[in-house]
Write a protein that binds this ligand. Structure first.
Ligand SMILES: Cc1cc2nc3c(=O)[nH]c(=O)nc-3n(C[C@H](O)[C@H](O)[C@H](O)COP(=O)(O)O)c2cc1C
Length: 217
């Protein structure tokens, strides 16, 4: 099996999941086609989120100069510059107010799902009561959880296409924000370099099934 073939498709879920690993070295010369990358991000966009709010922004970095600038903010982990591109998965924290995400989400739901004015108002109230009563630290934590689900979608979608990835928390968020010129409401949460492996896939170490799965009868 040619594991770095971009046309690696029609695989079982087991093959896709086993293909994925935290890739430490990418072949810097092999680039992901734009159309394929677009499809990966489009699939990532379909990830589930709490109340469906999608508190995220995905910043894609292909530019070599920008990747080089990100490197020191990511503890010089080589994936950043070797990967074809780096997806900086951010938590969108601008929820409240007229231009906040909640209002935008309610408007989009109305458009897509045909909510009446009353249904929209009720939906907005429910969202505001549930979310805006949280402290900013709680909200940050809430938003970050959604990013991890989207991150897994991205990595699985990539693996299905024979594209390697690495989930990365090893970075200094403030420095990444500065390099990318992000607003203070957009918080880098998980970085996922994508590309083609330039290393052997290591053996996995996982606890046995019966250690982590318990059935209650
Ligand atoms: C949230 C999270 C953060 C991680 N951060 C890094 C990182 O900064 N650098 C890195 O090389 N690997 C990172 N990893 C990769 C893990 O070490 C790896 O997923 C784990 O050892 C299991 O190996 P596997 O993914 O190859 O199966 C991270 C993984 C997760 C889930």
């Amino acid at each position: 099996m040619n594991v770095s073939n971009p046309n690696f498709m029609d695989k079982s879920m087991r093959e896709v999941v086993e293909f994925r690993f935290a890739c430490k070295h990418f072949d810097a010369a092999k680039k992901i086609e734009d159309g394929v990358l677009h499809e990966l991000l489009d699939l990532t966009r379909l990830s589930p989120s709490s109340y469906g709010v999608q508190p995220w922004k995905f910043i894609v970095v292909k530019n070599e100069g920008l990747k080089n600038a990100l490197l020191p903010a990511c503890y010089n982990q080589p994936q950043i510059t070797e990967a074809s591109c780096v997806v900086v998965m951010c938590s969108e924290m601008d929820l409240a107010g007229e231009n906040g995400l909640l209002k935008k989400y309610v408007a989009k739901s109305k458009e897509d799902l045909g909510y009446s004015d009353e249904e929209s108002a009720n939906f907005e109230n429910m969202l505001s009561n549930s979310l805006l009563s949280k402290s900013s630290e709680e909200l940050k934590c809430w938003a970050q959880k959604q990013i991890y689900l989207a991150g897994m979608s991205l990595m699985i979608a990539a693996a299905e296409k024979g594209i390697d990835s690495c989930p990365m928390e090893g970075f200094e968020s403030a420095k990444v924000s500065e390099v990318l010129g992000l607003s203070q409401n957009v918080l880098p949460t998980l970085i996922v370099p994508l590309g083609y492996r330039n290393m052997e896939q290591p053996k996995k170490t996982r606890f046995d099934f019966d250690v982590v799965v318990e059935e209650r009868k």
